[in-house]
Design a binder for this molecule. Structure first.
Ligand code: NAI
Length: 302
């Protein structure tokens, strides 16, 4: 089979000045895409800014014969998001691929976290993805093609001590993905979410050194490349990816038990009696949308 290529495609990678984003930008360019390398160039906690981060990746791409332009806007504002998309349209005429990757950390336990630390992390990860996705979606809709990646985290999907802001933002990105898929379906706009683990400045003091060495960001890149390719026609999925491990993870709905008949009141004791059936994940499955969950109301529907 032919290699997966991106000739003629235009990609935006946010936070592409380092870590995972840099690997996506380099790999996309190597396979023919024109790339907007966005990076604010701030520190790990989101403070500061430096155009060098994006410039160095652009120089590396160009040095290898690829095409790229830098953008230094923060994803966290509407103007920034619009300018990132404008950079792609002005330089390359369109946007086909968007990888929402930019991220920061302000870790603190729930009791200690300050409002500003909550707001900033939500602004970069969740609002930031919205701010870039909305204008990109408009261009993708006009062209009838779009592939979007949201970057969640195992911390958001499963929980992690001291990261209530980060975990909430990351889970919010799953919600954004769901809607992008539902609203983008008729325009061939697909969105998937990844939960990566990789060695970067975000994880250098969190992961044990022996594991850190085995978690090259490049091990995550192949999944992202496949997901943003024309060949991938799957959307609305969530993937764990780390060190060459790729696995699907999902928000599922189980059939449970329908105790109601639309008229009779149900009491707390019935919940207790039926706890095993209510909490069972037997035959659980992902749903296409919220309306599908009404199907479990069974007899109430007739
Ligand atoms: P990184 O710190 O190496 O890269 C993140 C990049 O985003 C930096 O270059 C930074 O300057 C840029 N950035 C930060 N705020 C920005 C803003 N407002 N606008 C534009 N650019 C901005 O970190 P890494 O590890 O490569 O993280 C990439 C993404 O993957 C993040 O969303 C992170 O939360 C996520 N992630 C990473 C994991 C890991 O194990 N490294 C685990 C789970 C999720």
């Amino acid at each position: 089979m032919a290699d997966i290529r991106f000739d003629g495609r235009v990609a935006i990678v946010t936070g592409a000045g380092a870590g995972l984003g840099k690997t996506y930008a380099l790999a996309l360019a190597e396979r023919g895409a024109k790339v907007v390398v966005n990076d604010l160039g701030g520190s790990r906690d989101g403070s500061g800014a430096d155009s060098k981060a994006a410039d160095m990746v652009v120089a590396e791409i160009k040095g290898k014969g690829g095409e790229a332009v830098a953008n230094y806007d923060s994803v966290a504002t509407k103007e920034g998001g619009e300018n990132i998309v404008k950079t792609a349209v002005e330089a390359f005429g369109k946007v086909d691929i968007l990888i929402n990757n930019a991220g920061i950390l302000r870790d603190k336990s729930l009791m200690k976290i300050e409002e500003a630390e909550w707001d900033l992390v939500l602004a970069v990860h969740l609002k930031g993805a919205f701010c870039v996705t909305q204008p990109a979606f408009k261009v993708m809709k006009e062209n009838g093609f779009g592939r979007i990646i949201n970057t969640a985290s195992g911390a958001g999907l499963y929980g992690n001590f001291g990261q209530s802001n980060y975990c909430s933002a990351k889970m919010g990105l799953v919600g954004l993905m769901n809607n992008v898929c539902i609203e983008g379906a008729k325009y061939n706009i697909l969105c998937n979410t990844i939960a990566p683990v990789a060695a970067s400045r975000l994880t250098e003091d969190v992961l044990p050194p022996s594991l850190f060495e085995k978690l090259k960001p490049e091990f995550v890149t192949p999944l992202v490349l496949y997901l943003v390719s024309e060949e991938c026609t799957t959307g609305k999925m969530i993937f764990n990816c780390a060190a060459g491990w790729f696995s699907r993870t999902e928000v599922l709905c189980a059939p449970g038990i329908c105790l109601g008949d639309g008229k009779r009141d149900i009491n707390a004791e019935e919940i207790r009696e039926n706890w095993a059936a209510i909490t069972s994940l037997d035959n659980a499955k992902p749903l296409a949308n919220v309306t599908e969950s009404f199907g479990f109301l069974g007899p109430l529907l007739s």
